[in-house]
Design a protein around this ligand. Sequence first.
Ligand code: PXP
Length: 253
Amino acid sequence: MSKLRLGVNIDHVATVRNARGESYPDPVRAAELALAAGADGITAHLREDRRHISDADIDQLAVICRKRGRPLNFECAVTPEMEAIALKHRPHAACLVPERREEVTTEGGLNVAGGHNTIAPVVKRMVEAGIRVSCFIDADLAQVAASKAVGAQVVELHTGAYCEAVRHGHRDQAERLLENLRAAAGEAARLGLEVHAGHGIDYETVKPVAAIPELAELNIGHFLIGEAIFIGLGPAIQRMRALMDEARAQVAA
Ligand code: PXP
């Protein structure tokens, strides 16, 4: 079983910065710190409304990730504007996500099965530009198959519903949702897709998710940035990394 990579999403450093319209805290500085603390890559979501990460942040993140030889995972909606930005920067990876302006966060997965004709050409152009493309989907076998059909090389499974069920103490529902994640990961791997997961993961939910053997990468943001307020970003990332490694070691044993 391969080592599970940790991508740190630094969007919410920008959320705090933008709350005051100031130039600090700087998400690029957070990205540098995250890489120094053991993050395998940086994830950033340039939303259409620019509510957190800005175009200038992406410009700088692309430079520092390239300089450090670490992957930048550019999360974006499937729009001509975002495609043009991705093609300009040619980040290591692009994760296609659904976006609704009124949502607080990315609430569900991308409907790849229902959007084949719109999504497939975008995936094709990005892949041809050398970008590794993932579709952020719910743990649903039809969406896994559709992601393969549009030409994505990766799927990222949305763990938000599972993590929320755990936090609310809905144990049976959480177990069912975890089982769906396991089944979707197994099917994606069977189809030759690389499997990632993310959204809502904290110190409690990271271990059951990390124990899914097909997973190659987790992308974690909001919880780590919150925890950084109390213990610092580096220690929060190191603790998350240690929990991921523990979960993998237990599966391997
Ligand atoms: N992966 C994707 C595709 C996301 O959209 C997000 C949230 O922006 C995350 C991972 C990270 O989620 P969280 O910030 O809840 O850890």
